[in-house]
Design a protein around this ligand. Structure first.
Ligand SMILES: [Fe+2]
Length: 122
C-alpha cells in the first residue's frame, strides 16, 4: 500500500496530507512546502511510534507519549486500502483510538515537536 505523502510549511507550521498526489508544487507562506518523512527525527522511537492491539475485529492504536501543553501527540492517522481516518488530540487527552481492523494498514502519529512516525501492519 502506498504511504501518505505529507508536507509541512516551515514558516507557519501548516501540515497537509495529499488525498491525490498529481505532482504539483505546494507552496505556503511563499515557500515550497517540505516533505515530512516518518521515523526520521532524532527522538525517542519508543515514545513516538504508534503501537496497536488487535481485539477481534477492532484495532486499538495508542502512543506512549506525554500530553503536555508544549509537547504532545497532535493526531493519529490510520490508513487502510479503502480509507484514511484522522483522530485529533489536545494536551491532557489520551492518544488512543480504535477502528475496525483490516489487513494491510499503516498507522501514523504526529508529535508537535518530533514530527511524523509510522508503522506498517501486515
Ligand atoms: Fe515528542
Amino acid at each position: 500500500m502506498k504511504e501518505l505523502k505529507i508536507k509541512k510549511c516551515l514558516t507557519c507550521g501548516n501540515v497537509v496530507a495529499f488525498l491525490d498526489d498529481k505532482g504539483g508544487k505546494l507552496v505556503c507562506c511563499n515557500e515550497p512546502m517540505i516533505e515530512v518523512k516518518a521515523n526520521t527525527v532524532d527522538a525517542s522511537f519508543e515514545k513516538h511510534i504508534p503501537n496497536y492491539e488487535i481485539n477481534g475485529d477492532k484495532i486499538k492504536v495508542y502512543v506512549n507519549h506525554v500530553m503536555e501543553p508544549e509537547h504532545y501527540i497532535e493526531w493519529i492517522m490510520i490508513k487502510t486500502e479503502k480509507e484514511t481516518r484522522v483522530f485529533y488530540f489536545r494536551p491532557g487527552d489520551e492518544p488512543v483510538c480504535e477502528v475496525p481492523y483490516s489487513s494491510n494498514m499503516i498507522i501514523y502519529s504526529y508529535c508537535n515537536l518530533h514530527g511524523l512516525w509510522s508503522k506498517n501492519i501486515g
